[in-house]
Design a protein around this ligand. Structure first.
Ligand SMILES: [Ca+2]
Length: 236
């Protein structure tokens, strides 16, 4: 399902529970959240979708250690409205960032390494971006700089003048590294006005990373863990 129409992570990890819940006046039918409880197959036509006050998606999105992902649908659900309504859409994600920078230099040279990672989200309702558009769920830029002298390996009086100067000593690079790995849950409220009918809500994620180095090294990755989206309709 989700894994088959997206890319950039290992298929088969996704364990998805999708439901359309809480039909108006039908609290007794409130379904339990169990694995593989899917109602997706009948939804595309809209014929099997009852009018509802809310719908939701819960699942393990599992996009692991990605460096780049264009806007890709990671969660979908549908809701059927019987009148013109405003949809409130609240997508939540586990949002992980990994940034690692190493600087390396000698002879008093300054070295700088930078690593950045960002996860952005947007919600499409029937293909149209919901307000307020693209939202950053998590982002970090890490920069490390150091001016290093080097590690002394050996010294010889190369020119035989009886004096050993700094220039006659062999140095190797000194090195400093910094690694940050964080995981947080983030959510945001989106909104969209819709008319009568069945509406498809697609939650899309974008991952972007960048690194820059001089003589050091850097890595940046982003991870999306579990995700959930709850859609409710309101008449404003
Ligand atoms: Ca000398």
């Amino acid at each position: 399902m989700i894994a088959s129409r997206t890319r950039g992570w290992t298929p088969g990890i996704a364990s998805v529970v999708l439901l359309t819940a809480v039909a108006a006046g039908c609290g007794a039918e409130d379904p339990a959240l169990t694995a593989n409880d899917t109602v997706t197959d009948n939804l595309s036509s809209g014929g099997g979708v009852p009018s509802t006050k809310a719908s939701a998606f819960f699942g393990d999105i599992a996009i692991l250690n990605s460096t780049d992902l264009a806007f890709t649908t990671v969660m979908t659900t549908q809701i059927k409205t019987s009148n013109r309504k405003t949809l409130f859409i609240n997508p939540s994600l586990e949002c992980g960032l990994f940034t690692q920078t190493t600087v390396r230099s000698k002879n008093g040279n300054k070295d700088t390494s930078t690593a950045s990672a960002t996860i952005q989200m947007q919600v499409l309702v029937d293909g149209v971006a919901a307000q307020p558009g693209v939202v950053i769920y998590c982002s970090r830029t890490q920069q490390l700089s150091a001016t290093l002298g080097g590690i002394l390996q050996s010294c010889t009086d190369a020119n035989g003048d009886g004096t050993i100067t700094a220039g006659e000593c062999l140095l190797t690079d000194e090195e400093i590294s910094l690694l940050l790995s964080t995981m947080d849950a983030a959510s945001f409220n989106f909104g969209a006005g819709v008319g009568t009918g069945v509406h498809t809500i697609a939650v899309q994620a974008k991952i972007s990373t960048s690194t820059s180095v001089q003589t050091g090294s850097a890595e940046a990755f982003a991870t999306i863990g579990k995700g959930a989206v709850v859609v409710t309709e309101q008449r404003l």
